[in-house]
Write a protein that binds this ligand. Structure first.
Ligand code: NIG
Ligand code: FE
Length: 404
């Protein structure tokens, strides 16, 4: 059984079943029909298809949806990986001026064009691994000028196409070196959010979500609540980092203010789980982070049993360098004890829902965008099972009906 808020909406077409299936896509890249080969042949006898992708012996799954990434940055943090392997914690590196601060320095120095080039190559790698919709955050600028620069880079990627993007403003990702947490909160509320609103109003930019790093030593629950509510007031969906390293009550706060999604949740409490189940706030689980930082794994089974909708994200960032959702699904199955069906559902329809896009993305259904992955096996499960092999196991990635 598939688990999700849109249960049963992940269609998996396998050629291991006796019936072959066909998907018909129109010129706008929309699925107009899904049925058995026999029925499609009869129905479209009079029509000539422009392109036919032969997938006999393969399976088709929805294009993967990566619910959480930080893909716009310059600078490299492989040296910190070494420090962490030697025992340093994430917050020790951060407090010593590394971590997010290191990336902020390099990203602020980088030109918009350089960030664009880096971003594009990362998006291409994601597409090769089957991702067709991705959430992309700002958050390495931390001031109006540099946050706007990052948002423009994301917006440019959105307009270029080849992959769908949900853009998240995350100006409250860390406390800038020259500010206290309350000064940083004030800057976000009084300068950054109004600047974004005027760009949205002038239609120069589209921003979809607001994010905050709600964490001990970063933004506390009240500051996070104020920032998220201010974002909500300008029409952004609330989708934030919570209860990652400490159980602060981020889940309870997010459920109360109508968050669409909360990410991480390694330290969520029983009360937090109940609150998210009640409000149907989606938990965006990031198996790479817990794995790399050797954190306590998030209690995914408990969440699923309580009725919290679970989505997946790669958390691609300089700390968790993973662009591959098949790898994320594999880690979710092995380390977090999800079934393969649950992982696929979490990496498609549920992550689409975490971005408010489950009406157009995340399943193979009439009326939805033809974002598809063709898996080179009669059994789709091979995309999860074959760890690190997505380039061999994926035959085609299709975005809006076109092979990309
Ligand atoms: O989701 N926890 C906060 N943000 C990121 C890490 C960003 C970074 O270390 O550069 C995360 O893991
Ligand atoms: Fe993150």
């Amino acid at each position: 059984m598939l688990y999700g808020i849109d249960m049963n909406r992940v269609a998996v077409l396998e050629s291991s079943t006796s019936q072959g299936f066909s998907i018909v896509v129109d010129n706008d890249g929309i699925i107009v029909d899904v049925d058995t080969d026999d029925i499609i042949m009869k129905k479209y006898r009079e029509k000539t298809f422009q392109n036919v992708i032969e997938a006999t012996g393969k399976s088709v799954i929805p294009g993967l949806v990566d619910g959480h990434t930080h893909p716009v940055w310059a600078g490299d943090r492989v040296h910190e990986f070494e420090m962490k392997l030697a025992g340093a914690t994430y917050m020790e590196v951060h407090d010593a001026g590394g971590g997010i601060h290191f990336t902020v320095n390099h990203t602020c120095e980088a030109t918009e064009d350089k960030l664009h080039t880096l971003f594009q190559s990362r998006l291409k790698a994601m597409v090769r691994a089957g991702t067709t919709l991705v959430e992309c955050k700002s958050g390495y600028g931390l001031d109006t000028e540099n946050e706007m620069k990052m948002l423009r880079v994301i917006d440019r990627g959105k307009k270029l196409g080849g992959i769908d993007i949900s853009c998240t403003y995350c100006g409250a990702h860390a406390i800038p070196k020259n500010k206290t947490a309350s000064e940083a909160t004030k800057d976000v509320l009084e300068n950054q959010i109004p600047a974004i609103k005027s760009q949205i109003d002038d239609q120069n930019m589209s921003v979809d979500n607001i994010d905050v790093f709600c964490e001990k030593g970063v933004f506390n629950v009240q500051q996070s609540r104020d920032i998220l509510n201010a974002g909500k007031q300008i029409g952004l969906n609330i989708n934030f980092h919570g209860d990652e390293l400490n159980p602060l009550g981020s889940a309870e706060m997010g459920a109360e203010i109508g968050a669409t999604a909360i990410s991480h949740l390694e330290e969520i409490t029983d009360n937090g789980i109940l609150a998210m189940a009640r409000s149907k706030t989606i938990a965006v689980i990031l198996p790479t982070t817990a794995y790399i930082l050797r954190l306590k794994p998030p209690p995914v089974r408990q969440m699923i049993d309580a009725g919290v909708p679970v989505a997946l994200g790669s958390d691609f960032n300089p700390n968790a360098y993973c662009l591959s959702m098949p790898t994320v699904m594999h880690l979710a199955c092995v380390n977090l004890r999800m079934s393969m069906s649950e992982a696929l559902c979490a990496a498609t329809i549920n992550s689409a829902a975490s971005l408010g896009r489950s009406d157009t993305h995340g399943s193979i259904e009439k009326g939805k965008l033809a974002n598809l992955v063709i898996v080179d096996s009669p059994k789709w499960q091979h995309i999860i099972y074959e760890l690190g092999c997505h380039s061999e196991i994926i035959s085609y990635v299709i975005w809006h009906g076109e092979i990309v």
